[in-house]
Design a protein around this ligand. Structure first.
Ligand SMILES: [Zn+2]
Length: 352
């Protein structure tokens, strides 16, 4: 018995005695609109389509949206040839932008990227995924950091609008990743474990610069549908997200990988989900993981109090527990299935 306790050794177990709904899976069929098959999705791309879809059949997910295609033409073609061909009605994959070509293509880069995206779509891609290096690492033809709202890139966003396909975009990261790693940092454990996830400014732009530039992008391209990944990348501030959604009907959000954030602000989150019930997409960003689907379902459907959002002994996204939103059935139907079905033209029968 010592009188000092190391943070790593602190594992408090809540002594609350409260009702639990016992929810371990979504109550209905679901579209997972933000996920991966590669390393971010559990490495299912290394296995056969049969193995993947057999596993998926043991979950409530009837359609899986894989955002990995933009990592390279070979990945896109491999996923189309194997996974899409095996189960065309249960799987789709997004294309992407090869930022590495900006240096050599110079002024023609955006038009060429738009052309490449159209070619990806002709082969079978069904959306455009923008990964978070855009704004943090991507450089233009002069070697300068590219701005998210750089007008030179407009042809890319316009091409998605012309094709009627959404742009799913992740910019920045949790706000605390931009703060110094001091004892006040609420993501201390996570940043201590992953020092490369810190984005101190300078050299990186500040979080507010990035998120304001994202707002400008969505505002300027009203004819393009944007899906703001991870609650438009600002789940810590639903007021900010709401303002942008009110201003821009072309903005939808997914809440993948943000149940920890939303579940610690259950009153604000519930209001947000009710108000934007037609514009929120379900997705986990964690592979086709049954335990994760169960946690998301418990968060959306139950009024359970103060439960863990993760199975890890020290929860990765912060040392707190979350609360269920107890959303009404009609709202759950929209978030689990109807919104994504409408956006992507997925038949309602698949969700029955
Ligand atoms: Zn993702």
């Amino acid at each position: 018995m010592t009188d000092r306790l190391a943070l790593d050794d602190f594992r408090p177990r809540p002594k609350l005695v409260v009702p639990q709904a016992g929810i371990t899976a979504p109550f209905r069929k679901v579209i997972d609109a933000h996920n991966h098959l590669g390393s971010f999705g559990g490495g299912w791309d290394k296995r056969t389509p049969v193995a993947f879809f057999d596993h998926l059949a043991t979950t409530q997910v009837v359609h899986y949206i894989d955002l990995d295609g933009g990592w390279g033409e070979d990945i896109l073609d491999d996923r189309l040839r194997r996974f899409k061909e095996y189960a065309p009605d249960r799987y789709r994959v997004f294309g992407g932008v090869n930022w590495g070509l900006w240096a050599e293509e110079g002024h023609g880069f955006a038009e060429a990227s738009a052309r490449r995206f159209r070619a990806q779509v002709a082969r079978g891609a069904e959306g455009l995924k923008i990964w978070k290096p855009f704004g943090l690492h991507v450089t233009d033809d002069t070697g300068a950091l590219a701005r998210i709202d750089d007008p030179r890139l407009d042809p890319i966003w316009a091409s998605a609008g012309d094709l009627g396909l959404p742009v799913l975009i992740h910019i920045a990261d949790p706000v605390a990743f931009f703060d110094p790693l001091t004892p006040e940092n609420e993501r201390w454990d996570e940043l201590h474990a992953h020092p490369d996830w810190q984005f101190p400014s300078p050299p990186f732009p500040s979080f507010s610069d990035l998120i304001e530039a994202f707002g400008n992008l969505v505002r300027r391209h009203r004819g393009t549908t944007f899906i703001g990944a991870h609650v438009a990348c600002y789940s810590e501030n639903l007021g900010w997200v709401s303002s942008l959604m009110d201003e821009c009907p072309n903005l939808l959000v997914d809440f993948s990988a943000r149940v920890a954030e939303l579940g610690r602000q259950p009153y604000s989150a519930r209001k947000f989900f009710l108000r934007y019930a037609d514009r929120i997409l379900f997705g986990t960003d964690a592979g086709p993981d049954k335990a994760t689907y169960g946690t998301y379902a418990r968060f959306l459907e139950s009024e359970d109090e103060y439960f863990p959002y993760s199975g890890a002994p020290i929860p990765g996204q912060g040392r707190w527990n979350i609360y269920g939103l107890n959303l009404p059935r009609d709202v759950l139907d929209k978030i689990y299935f109807d919104n994504a079905a409408r956006l992507f033209g997925i038949p309602a029968a698949l969700g029955a």
